[in-house]
Design a protein around this ligand. Structure first.
Ligand SMILES: [Zn+2]
Length: 351
């Protein structure tokens, strides 16, 4: 899909080639620029920026996606790329030099308010820039190319490079210690759907949604996020996520065990309370004496030790009783109380 070129200058919607979903939205820029959340993203991007392909077409695919997402195009032609991450700035400059020998200028800005840096890479109007933009599938005779240009992603290695470039540009991945969340801000609908299709070719299920005037591709769940990272070569990040998943699953097992223990504990406390109420009832009704001696002993033991488990209660008896023996006696007491509640004379108390 191509957008009609306005001549001069080219004016794509909101003045960009693509958009990273954050520039021009200070709130979001801030949340992505500070705190722990961004640091995992920054780590992943740092790792990805170190992958150097020697396949010329791969380099072009990666740069194309990066320019499509982070680039701003004006005049005929001047290209600007904005990123908060030095590794991303470096790779953009390196590829622009290596592939097209283009002259670039880099400006570093520091946001005093957000304590973050941003890097502005300017590719001023020069001979060869228009051809480079055409070669990268950013512009064509009909104007701006808005989607994924298929000739750039013919080979699998190039497709992977394209996805890597897209992530370097608009990718966000939450710290896996908190949750598994992945998204790629890519601005335009056709690009979002194009990326979803590329991911689907690699059996990674992704969805495209529009949020705040910008299209986002997101991946849900740890498994497909790990698949994506492995695909684009972020192996350190994959290990980090697997590590967290193992820790989380151990913690879950432990939580389940503690919960089960607490549930049992609660059950036995409740049971003990009922037993004590029953015994108290027998005492109030002056019927404790009517119980067989063995049951009286257990009843008094329970009153004296309301907090202990049945097993421990058995151990406190003289002579000690097994858990099933004490359990049996407690049940007998309960039954007798039930009878006593129904009748004036608890006949069962005679046995
Ligand atoms: Zn390739």
């Amino acid at each position: 899909m191509a957008e009609q070129a306005v001549d001069p200058p080219i004016k794509p919607a909101n003045g960009r080639v693509g958009c990273d979903g954050s520039a021009g939205q200070p709130g979001e820029w801030q949340s992505r620029g500070t705190g722990e959340r961004v640091s995992f993203t920054a780590e992943v991007k740092d790792e990805l920026s170190r992958i150097v392909s020697d396949h010329e077409a791969c380099k072009k695919a990666e740069l194309s996606a990066l320019v499509r997402i982070e680039g701003h195009l004006s005049g005929k032609y001047r290209l600007e790329l904005v990123t908060e991450l030095a590794p991303v700035a470096r790779i953009a400059v390196r590829l622009l030099h290596e592939i097209y020998h283009l002259k670039t200028e880099i400006t570093t800005r520091r946001s005093v308010l957000h304590k973050t840096y941003s890097y502005l890479i300017t590719v001023p109007a020069q001979v060869g820039l228009k051809e480079a933009l055409e070669d990268l599938g950013i512009i064509s005779e009909s104007g701006l190319e808005m989607g994924v240009v298929s000739r750039l992603v013919q080979e699998h290695c190039c497709l992977v490079s394209y996805l890597r470039g897209a992530f370097l540009g608009g990718g966000f991945i939450a710290n896996p210690k908190r949750d598994f969340h992945f998204e790629l801000s890519c601005g335009y609908e056709s690009l979002a759907h194009g990326l979803v299709a590329l991911l689907a070719q690699n059996t990674i299920a992704a969805k495209a949604i529009m949020r705040r005037n910008s299209w986002i591709v997101y991946i849900k769940g740890a498994e497909p996020i790990v698949d994506f990272l492995a695909l684009v070569g972020a192996h350190r990040a994959v290990l980090a996520i697997e590590d967290v998943r193992v820790t989380k699953s151990i913690r879950n097992d432990e939580n389940r065990r503690v919960n089960a223990e607490m549930a049992n504990q609660a059950k036995s406390v409740e049971a003990s309370l009922t037993q004590i109420q029953n015994i108290q009832l027998l005492i109030d009704e002056k019927k404790l004496d009517t119980l067989p001696r063995a049951l009286q002993e257990v009843a008094l033991l329970r009153l004296a030790h309301p907090d202990v488990s049945l097993r421990e209660l058995g151990e406190l008896a003289t002579p000690p009783l097994s858990k099933s023996a004490i359990n049996h006696r407690i049940r007998r007491i309960d039954e007798l109380v039930q009878k006593a509640l129904k009748e004036e004379e608890p006949e069962g108390a005679q046995d």
